[in-house]
Write a protein that binds this ligand. Structure first.
Ligand SMILES: *Cc1c(COP(=O)(O)O)cnc(C)c1O
Length: 358
């Protein structure tokens, strides 16, 4: 089996070995030390900044997105949501459910986010910006600089879902004045799904989390921050995945973040070059190194996906919604190499020929 999917990813052997071990009891000094050690590395890798603190949630990425809105925003805010695809739309749904006032900047499926788009919202009393740095449904990697400048100009919070961007593309939380960074285990860290981390800036903690009451027991960040001072969580965490995280973060730090990112960049560029041999086009906007969307001329995407799965035991990402029949997405994270790209392109050529009856 080979996964060219954005999460879960093709996991490294070293991580699978950790996952295969007995889960230890966790209310111990030993486990606390592991958590505090992991957390220091995680914050260092994203340059979280002085006074930043993390919330470790046993939940998928969407729960982290929803809890960030619940804990950091109120019904008196006016949020700008970058709605460039299904994940941006998810923030819209979350704001709606929690009655957080918002305006949406909607992009069509091949539209690049520009500074001109953002300038239309200057001086409108925006109090927070919500964005999925890589909108994984389209593959667009937004320009962090224009988003960061918007937040500085408008003195608003900068809240980033970096789930498919952190540990994939370069990411600098403090350097870009980010107040909230959301990450999830199954994407950039390339470990099992089930863990999400929300890293909060000092100002977000001081201004919005401390002394705040929210209508939730499980998602109350203040309780998580308090327990994490000693490396613990209020409720039973996904201990096994946290041990995988500890191992994964050490592997990345030992290898060097820039070396780690460069490898992904090489695999992504190699695939994009080889994709020219296929009857597909690529989007015109800047792409994250996480995935390459392949846009087919004919409505064969779903059929190609099924053949790759059934005959080659290869998995790529199908696409939801209107583009289901025309777009497949190929991920470049996890334990995959340019050799694997070569194999995938060959399999795709055969699958396409088969579907097209040639
Ligand atoms: C994967 C992903 C999520 C989280 O999805 P879950 O299925 O809830 O883990 C959120 N945002 C982005 C940008 C993603 O790529």
């Amino acid at each position: 089996m080979k996964l060219f999917t954005v999460g879960p990813t093709q996991m490294r052997k070293e991580i699978l070995d950790v996952g295969g071990q007995m889960i230890p009891y966790f209310r111990t000094k030993e486990f606390s030390d592991i958590m505090l050690d992991s957390d220091a590395i995680l914050r260092e890798l994203m340059n979280a900044g002085d006074g930043a603190k993390s919330v470790y949630l046993t939940a998928s990425g969407t729960a982290a997105m929803e809890s960030a809105v619940m804990n950091c925003l109120t019904r008196d805010d006016k949020v700008l949501v970058i709605e460039g695809g299904t994940f941006g739309h998810r923030f819209v749904e979350i704001c709606r459910i929690h009655r957080v006032p918002f305006v949406s900047l909607k992009l069509h499926s091949d539209e690049t986010l520009t500074d001109a788009h953002l300038r239309k919202f200057d001086g409108q009393g925006i109090t927070a910006l919500l964005v999925n740095m890589d909108e994984t449904s389209t593959g667009q990697l937004y320009n962090v600089k224009i988003l960061s400048d918007f937040c500085r100009r408008n003195h608003c919070y900068f809240m980033v879902d970096a789930i498919s961007s952190f540990l994939i593309d370069s990411y600098d939380m403090a350097g870009n004045g980010v107040d909230v960074t959301i990450v999830s285990s199954q994407k950039g860290m390339c470990i099992a799904p089930g863990l999400s981390v929300v890293v909060l800036s000092r100002r977000m903690i001081e201004e919005r989390i401390e002394n705040r009451r929210i209508d939730s027991l499980y998602f109350n960040y203040a309780a998580y921050l308090k327990d994490f001072e000693r490396g613990q969580t209020p409720f039973t965490p996904c201990v096994g995945i946290l041990l995988e995280m500890h191992h994964a973060l050490h592997l990345i730090r030992d290898e060097g973040l820039s070396v780690f990112l460069k490898k992904i960049d090489t695999v992504a560029k190699d695939f994009r070059k080889r994709a020219r041999e296929l009857p597909v086009s690529l989007p015109s906007f800047p792409l994250s190194n996480a995935v390459t969307p392949l846009i087919f001329k004919d409505r064969i995407a779903q059929k190609v996906f099924e053949i790759l799965k059934a005959e080659y035991v290869i998995f790529v990402n199908p696409t939801g919604g209107e583009r289901a029949e025309t777009v497949l997405r190929v991920a470049h994270i996890g334990d995959i190499s340019t050799k694997d790209n070569e194999m995938l392109i060959a399999a795709m050529k055969e699958a396409i020929a088969k579907v097209s009856g040639k």
